[in-house]
Design a binder for this molecule. Sequence first.
Ligand code: A5P
Length: 235
Amino acid sequence: MTDEARERVAAIKRQAARQAADLVQDGMVVGLGSGSTARLLVEALAERVEQGLRFLGVPTSEETAAQAAAAGIPLVTLESYPTLDLAIDGADEVDPELNLIKGMGGALLREKIVASATDRLVIIVDDSKLVTRLGERGPVPVEVVPFGWTHTAAALQSLGAQPVRRTGVKDPFITDGGHFILDCTFNATVDLRPMGPLIKAITGVVEHGLFLRMASVAIVGIVDGVRTLRPAEAH
Ligand code: A5P
């Protein structure tokens, strides 16, 4: 991607992030997602905090925690605040029912725990993330314990996945929870929606990146603004 194209996508994501930031009101406790779009959200919230907004954030990764703390956003934990008013996060894929694939940034476990602590999960994406079928754009990230991970990978293979252990700046990539990520590609004909419980049932799997029926709304950045989608209206 050229610098110009990258800036165009960032501008589109920023529109969605700003719209979502406007949902936060004084006194709320808000889950703060991870990834490049969530980063723009934290920037937008930091601007609102400078203008006087008072809210508490629950970060979904060490990276978001560091960014939010540096921006003056007070952070709390789910231990102290088990129910959130709202959580706002990015996604890698969004289907017409607002089922999601998440985890390309590696924060899916904390993201799913935080998403489970609210009945108002707001997703912020650019329109390239909209798909008709989950798995269209990429693999399903699966977080696994390092011990015996090849055994866990073999069990995922028996479900039809082709698991690849994620690498990164450090090889292997290690999540905030100290786990590996196996990026699992499935055959294009496989309906991924019933796969969640099967993946979760494998010993060694900690969590997977299928977020099914969890999102209540998606704010989708487009070239000249945003579209707000609710389940079954995504296309
Ligand atoms: C982080 O683990 C992910 O779930 C992100 O929310 C997702 O990958 C979207 O990231 P971008 O906003 O960077 O595309």
